[in-house]
Every structure is written in structure tokens, then in C-alpha cells.
Design a protein around this ligand. Sequence first.
Ligand SMILES: [Zn+2]
Ligand SMILES: [Zn+2]
Length: 157
Amino acid sequence: MIVFSISDIHNVEGLSLKGTLSAEFLSTNQELSKICKDEIDYNLQIIEISENILVTGEISTTISENCTKCLESFKQPIKNNNINLLIEKPEKEVDLSELLRDELTYLFPIYPICCESCKGLCSLCGGNLNNKNCKCILEVFETEEKNPWDALENLSI
Ligand SMILES: [Zn+2]
Ligand SMILES: [Zn+2]
């Protein structure tokens, strides 16, 4: 929970909130808690602007996903260092939890890839092309390259 009281916001300096949340923070969102089991770091600055409050700063964590190309699980740090939320000033307390959960959601890749150069799976043997150099493509290539007259040469007439 990231909650603070309006009276904590200093007229001049505003309010700085910095801390670490356990992955529990995301437990209200099934999708998020499935792929994010790491702590969440936040560093926020809050100021009052007449009837609103402006929240800026950053939030980051690490997600564990399965690569959509090679299907291997991998970890990826995600970070929003440009949070910019203008919200209506409530009477007493502000709860930023839901808003920040949303900010994290936007960072989750729709098609996660373990790395830019991921080679994916071999369409012939299903092996992970990143780990082993499967010979499938090579074999197909060699078969095609084979000279059809070779067989004739071996014939003893
Ligand atoms: Zn991959
Ligand atoms: Zn293969």
C-alpha cells in the first residue's frame, strides 16, 4: 500500500516517498502476481497544485515470463521512470496503490522475448535454437544439394 495524508505534503518541498514493496502488493491482480514475484521499488515526488496533486517519479520491478519465441522462462527488469499522474485532491488521504499497479501493467510486454536475438524453436525438431545448434536445417540443405547423378555413378553396369 502506498498511502499518505494530504497534510504530509509540505507547501514548498512537497512530499518524497521512497521505498520497497513486497510482491504481495500485486496480489489483487491475478495477471500481475503470476509474472511478478520480485520486490517493487518506488521513488515518488508529490506536490499540490491547487485542487490536484501531481505525482512524479519512478517505479520498477522484475518480471518472470516465458519467451513467446523459444518458450524458455526468463527474468526481465521493467521500469517506468517517468510517472506523471495528476489526480484530484481528496479530503484527507491518498491511496496510490491502484494507480501504481496500473503503471506497472502498462510496462508488461504483450509478446515477451528473452532477448532481441532469440532464435526461437526449430520448426523441424522443436529444439531451442538458442541452446543447441540443431542440424535439421543443415540436413535438409544437404539433401537438396545432393547431386542426383551420384547414384548413377555408383551403379556398376
Ligand atoms: Zn527466447
Ligand atoms: Zn531441429
